[in-house]
Design a protein around this ligand. Structure first.
Ligand SMILES: Nc1ncnc2c1ncn2[C@@H]1O[C@H](COP(=O)(O)OP(=O)(O)OP(=O)(O)O)[C@@H](O)[C@H]1O
Length: 275
């Protein structure tokens, strides 16, 4: 894989925020329900932070809040040193939603050309756009499919086209909502290798959600969520040690039990299995 433009974070540079994301009392209401309940957490720059928790716990809502597409967000939410949703963040964040957003009747390269033209318009930028598109296709290992129609690709290949679109602007923060869901183990491993290369070579920050606990072991740091709250925050090692557990999944279950013991009423409302 070919990762362009190394840009490691420079803690001495005042333009490099000390934290990629900082939330205090972050609350989101959807419909009549409070789906994020006063979250306090931080995401360090240049690392891969996994956002893990059962289906429906609020991972997508949290990601939408960070990228600025979620309504009814209150509390403090700073992203790359600016309030979430600030227009200056648009070109600095790459966001991949759960459903791959690609045009089936265009080839892989045409999809990327289209999005590159939106990001970096004008005839003068044509050469630069072409280079970025070629690079992004190589980053996600789709060179051999560059001229295939997106509609003829497998689910995993389409996900990688979406990821390539997100990589186009060389974002400082990549927010990836369940990027490996439904992929086979080899593809999942390859994607995680790519995520690590992006963090290491570019100094980018990655926030990656998953409800599959074994993916936790691949992250530098974890935010474990449950029912709209952050259950724990730390490295996989620290979480395992703190709970005397062998795996992050066992640590998660122990933390759920601890939280339930602390507030039994909350537990009665549906404990979802961790898949
Ligand atoms: N448009 C909506 N209106 C009202 N409630 C919603 C809406 N969308 C989601 N919710 C609720 O918000 C809660 C959090 O949903 P969210 O999609 O953030 O969870 P998630 O952890 O990403 O789930 P999954 O892993 O299944 O994608 C859920 O209980 C869901 O029912």
């Amino acid at each position: 894989m070919n990762i362009r433009r190394p840009r490691p974070p420079d803690p001495g540079n005042p333009a490099t925020p000390a934290l990629a994301v900082r939330a205090e009392g972050l609350t989101v209401v959807r419909g009549t329900r409070k789906v994020l309940k006063g979250l306090d957490f931080a995401v360090p720059p240049g690392r891969i932070t996994g956002l893990l928790g059962p289906s429906g716990c609020g991972k997508s809502t949290l990601m939408r809040s960070i990228v600025g597409t979620q309504a009814k967000v209150t509390g403090t939410l700073d992203v790359l040193g600016l309030p979430a949703g600030d227009p200056a963040l648009r070109s600095r964040i790459g966001y991949v939603t759960q459903a791959p957003s690609v045009y089936d009747d265009l080839t892989v390269r045409q999809n990327l050309d289209y999005f590159a033209a939106i990001l970096d318009p004008g005839r003068a930028a044509a050469e630069r756009r072409r280079a970025h598109v070629t690079s992004a296709i190589a980053d996600v290992d789709l060179v051999s499919h560059a001229d295939a129609l997106a509609g003829n690709l497998s689910g995993g290949q389409r996900s990688r086209v979406s990821l390539a679109v997100a990589l186009l602007g060389t974002p400082e923060l990549l927010v990836l909502d369940e990027p490996t869901v439904g992929l086979d183990p080899v593809l999942r491993r390859d994607l995680w290798t790519l995520f690590h290369a992006i963090a290491a070579d570019r100094g980018a920050t990655l926030l990656v959600s998953s409800h599959v606990m074994d993916e936790a072991e691949r992250c530098h740091r974890l935010l474990l969520m449950r029912e709209g709250e952050i259950l724990a925050d730390g490295t996989p090692d620290a979480l395992r040690t703190r709970t005397a557990s062998e795996t992050v999944e066992a640590a998660f279950l122990r933390l759920v039990d601890e939280a339930s013991a602390a507030s039994p009423a909350a537990t009665a409302q549906g404990k979802e299995p961790v898949r």
